[in-house]
Design a binder for this molecule. Structure first.
Ligand code: TXE
Length: 478
């Protein structure tokens, strides 16, 4: 496969003519070439986006709706092709990639309708004045996305940016560029006006950095690691850019003594290991009431060991390959750290080499116990198929352990006690709290984290507000 930049409606090589290898993580082999772009491509993309902005920003909402809907249909029509590309590129099981392609198309469809529905407020100031708020598009905005849910998170940013009337320079992760390339083809197929969406491939410190530093890209929406988010904030802050940062997590999954235990365990297997644990919302710290601890431990160990790890294209596979060699090594190094910190590995804890995929980057679903809440294993983001088990005696103790992290993205709570569910949810320092469910998404809800998990929220009106500039107009009535 040859991945190309998409600038001003054209698929093209990087200006410097350089490309770099892209790996199939299940095989550990190079399978594609990706443009190794730099600031020159970002500048071309900006110019194209700037030239397209005057027309796109005033295009009637219904026309924007039609284009975004057509992109959704374009993805739907080629769903299997997109899903296969995502699975080969990222390492995730094909069946999971297929679900994500459905959801990527939904992102475009959802924000297509948002373009039609978005409205602003007015305030009557007694009989003296009427105030209203104009929500105007910003101009050219930048979207930078990671490798774990590649097209899903890419579309989650691009769709609202376009729906709000901006034109876009976007960069997918250099590890997973394939579906962004296919999206460029869909944009060509549906005749999206040239320059409305521009996609530049390449390394974060080159392409991403050039986007963040560009003086006229006025807003940056970023999802990725907390360290990268800090760096972006340090660069963009003094330029007074609008920033939306969705960063890492160290999410607690809390099972109370009054939980529906079978449902809790069944979902917790997913919460822990879906997409190889490479979802910012995965629960990596499982806190269990002491009365249920042994049962939950036994079941989690049994079920983790039973998960089929291997060929992402086999529909029986539950856990695929880790996205890249550096990330695979990072996850394995955290398992070693957990052992050094005194953790007992109850399941997994090692690399796997499934038949036919001996050179791929696979890690067995791993369950660890015996670690306190303050150790590095329990406070740093691992972002792989690794969970720890801890027990608690009281609700207060559970809350204290759950909140004992610099991160605040998502928490999951299992209890059949209604009062406790509400009380506990309100006290958790996290942007998202699921009660008796996980990853049950409604695209209208605010999505994002507290503390070091980010700044701002995505989703629904939050995203439309981020991608617009509010202007108050005050008209005197006297
Ligand atoms: O992500 P990066 P990395 C966490 C996870 C992981 C860690 C590091 O713990 O192990 O982050 O992952 C672009 N200016 N998450 O290093 O680098 C980069 O090219 C502008 C959580 O692979 O943050 C890519 O497009 N952009 C997470 C994007 O940032 C830059 C998902 C994200 O990559 C840049 C992924 C720069 N200076 C990792 N440097 C989540 N919240 O879901 C890099 N990039």
């Amino acid at each position: 496969m040859k991945v190309l930049n998409f600038i001003n409606g054209e698929l093209q090589e990087a200006v410097n003519g350089q490309s770099m290898d892209n790996y199939n993580p299940a095989k550990g082999e190079v399978y594609a070439q990706v443009p190794d772009s730099d600031h020159q491509d970002v500048h071309l993309a900006y110019d194209a986006a700037q030239a397209a902005y005057p027309n796109w920003s005033v295009l009637p909402a219904e026309e924007k709706f039609k284009y975004l809907n057509a992109i959704a249909e374009g993805i739907d029509k080629r769903r299997d092709e997109f899903a296969l590309a995502e699975s080969i590129d990222q390492g995730k099981p094909f069946w999971l990639a297929k679900n994500e392609m459905i959801r990527s198309a939904q992102n475009f469809r959802f924000f297509a309708t948002a373009a039609m529905q978005f409205a602003s407020e007015s305030h009557a100031t007694e009989d003296r004045a009427i105030n209203y708020t104009l929500r105007q598009s910003i101009g050219v905005v930048g979207c930078i996305s990671p490798w774990n849910l590649p097209l899903y998170l890419f579309s989650w940013k691009i769709a609202p940016a376009l729906a709000a009337g901006n034109t876009v320079v976007a960069k997918p992760s250099e590890f997973t560029p394939a579906t962004a390339h296919l999206l460029s083809e869909v944009c060509q197929e549906v005749g999206l006006p040239h320059g409305v969406l521009n996609i530049v491939h390449g390394l974060g410190p080159k392409v991403g950095q050039a986007m963040v530093e560009h003086p006229r890209i006025k807003a940056i929406s970023f999802t990725g690691g907390t360290a990268t988010g800090k760096h972006i904030a340090a660069t963009a802050g003094p330029m007074f850019k609008k920033l939306s940062l969705e960063l890492g997590g160290k999410n607690p999954n809390i099972i109370f003594e009054d939980a529906d235990i079978e449902k809790a365990i069944k979902t917790t297997v997913n919460t822990s290991f879906l997409n190889q644990g490479e979802i910012c919302l995965c629960g990596s710290r499982l806190l269990v009431h002491e009365s249920l601890y042994d049962k939950v431990k036994e079941e989690m160990v049994k079920r983790a060991k039973a998960l089929v790890v291997g060929d992402p294209q086999d529909e029986k596979t539950r856990v695929g390959a880790i996205v890249s060699k550096p990330h695979y090594e990072k996850v394995l190094s955290y398992i070693e750290l957990a052992k050094q910190e005194g953790g007992r590995v109850l399941a997994g804890g090692e690399a796997l080499h499934p038949e036919g995929f001996e050179s791929g980057w696979f890690i067995a679903p791993t369950v660890i116990e015996g670690l306190g809440p303050a150790c590095r294993t329990n406070t740093e983001e691992i972002f792989g198929p690794v969970i720890t088990l801890m027990s608690f005696k009281t609700e207060e103790e559970a809350l204290q352990i759950a909140n004992a992290t610099e991160y605040g993205l998502a928490a999951t709570v299992w209890t059949e006690n209604l009062t406790r569910a509400h009380r506990f949810a309100s006290q958790l320092e996290f942007g998202i709290v699921w009660v008796n469910c996980w990853l049950l998404r409604d695209l209208r809800t605010p999505f994002g984290g507290a503390k070091s998990s980010g700044v701002g929220r995505e989703g629904g009106w939050e995203a439309m507000r981020f991608f617009t500039e509010p202007k108050n107009v005050c008209i005197a009535l006297k």
